[in-house]
Design a protein. Structure first.
Length: 210
């Protein structure tokens, strides 16, 4: 990985390319992010940088985290994430990383927390087919129907798709492309949809499978 940023999802819109084609994009407020800590092979067994996003009032920071920020002489941040870069020698604690680290055409992976749907039925959660709506199938056409096993194995296998809690999971969308970068306002337009609601925190990093 060469670069990464923490950002906040603003919402979706559309832009036009040079040929007049419509591009659906998600706008992300990417940074500015401060480098809070450098992890080295000697001290931690691996090399990485810890990055913080979003300012936080000092009186809302717990004592252990207050000491962590004070030790590195960095203002308290709401969100912390680690990035294992190829080379961290050129990065120092206190450096500010902005949206201009990305360029139009870069391939990125976006990690976020998916929208919560509460307790959902099998049709919404797993795209089950509906039951017939005639000839005595009712009273509810969105029931799961028969999913049970026969006398052998006489049990329900683990992982059976049923109704239950849906959403609020770590979700990664891979190989998205950067459509536009507004360095002045720290905005990045990413082609396509990304996980999470408006205002949700996302991590943008170089695509692993590009």
């Amino acid at each position: 990985m060469k670069k990464g940023l923490i950002g906040k999802k603003i919402g979706m819109t559309q832009i036009f390319d040079d040929k007049g084609n419509v591009i659906p994009v998600t706008v992300v407020e990417a940074g500015p992010c401060a480098v809070v800590q450098k992890k080295t092979m000697e001290n931690d067994g691996y090399e990485a940088i810890q990055v913080g996003f979003g300012d936080m009032k000092a009186n809302r920071v717990k004592k252990p985290m207050k000491g962590h920020f004070a030790k590195n002489d960095v203002a308290p941040k709401k969100v912390l994430r680690e990035f294992r870069l190829d080379d961290i020698s050129g990065v120092n604690v206190g450096d500010i990383i902005k949206a201009d680290v990305f360029a139009v055409g870069d391939k990125v992976d976006v990690i976020g927390t998916s929208k919560g749907h509460g307790t959902a039925g099998s049709v919404k959660r797993w795209n089950f087919g509906r039951l017939r709506e005639s000839h005595g199938t009712g009273p509810v056409a969105r029931h799961a129907g028969s999913l049970g096993a026969c006398s052998s194995p006489s049990r329900v296998f683990k992982g059976k798709k049923l109704a239950g809690h849906y959403g609020v999971e770590r979700t990664t969308v891979q190989n998205l492309s950067i459509a536009k970068v507004d360095a002045e306002n720290n905005l990045v337009a990413i082609k396509g949809a990304i996980p999470g609601p408006k205002g949700g925190i996302v991590v943008i990093a170089d695509a692993k499978k590009a």
